[in-house]
Ligand binder design. Structure first.
Ligand code: FE
Length: 204
């Protein structure tokens, strides 16, 4: 991004106030030499291309394949996830909640948009929206239904409210018929929404 953008340019008139404010701050920080343009670009590239739900999917696939790793993950998620090379900002303290036949877990940040970046990347727009943040706690089964996720009345639904300090990752149930798959094959089945808890993992 250029550090000398003209904000009066009519081509930028479609930008929201927030976008304009961010661009202004970025320009100022670059102009004053407080931020290095190359470092900023590397950070953006990292979160756009390298860090994402494929990381969390590898954690899930390993837990499904290796009971000792799963036990470690549920006991000390921060360390077990760091063992895969995923750690750092917005993931300093991780907690993994396991979906079972008796319990379905759902993650939200009611206050804002706290999310485990090292394993899931940046949060989707709906995760940050006020309706999701309020309804996930008031009517979690209704939210799940809207994602096409049926959870039986005999299954407890637990909602976990993320904070700036503690971030949650759902360990989804392994679908039946996938027991012989490799970790790479298993990871390919696991999507972002299943690790937030709004969906289940399908066998294909
Ligand atoms: Fe938040």
């Amino acid at each position: 991004m250029s550090d000398s953008e003209d904000h009066s340019d009519p081509n930028h008139s479609h930008l929201s106030d927030t976008d304009l404010r961010v661009r202004s701050l970025e320009s100022l920080l670059l102009d004053k030499g407080m931020v290095d343009a190359a470092a900023l670009e590397a950070l953006i590239q990292n979160y756009e291309h390298k860090v994402g739900p494929q990381n969390g999917a590898r954690v899930v696939a390993r837990a499904w394949s290796d009971p000792a790793y799963k036990e470690w993950l549920l006991r000390d998620a921060t360390a077990a996830i760091a063992d895969m090379g995923y750690h750092g900002r917005q993931g300093e303290y991780m907690y993994v909640v396991e979906n079972t036949a008796a319990v379905h877990n759902l993650v939200v940040c009611t206050l804002c948009s706290c999310y485990p970046w090292p394993v899931l990347g940046l949060p989707p727009t709906w995760y940050k929206s006020a309706p999701y943040r309020s309804r996930a706690v008031m009517d979690p089964r209704g939210v799940l239904r809207e994602f096409g996720t049926e959870v039986g009345e005999d299954v407890a639904v637990r909602v976990w409210d993320s904070t700036a300090e503690l971030r949650y990752l759902v360990l989804p149930e392994q679908p039946e018929g996938t027991e012989g798959m490799s970790q790479d094959e298993l990871a390919a089945l696991v999507g972002r929404n299943a690790m937030i808890g709004v969906e289940k993992v399908a066998a294909s």
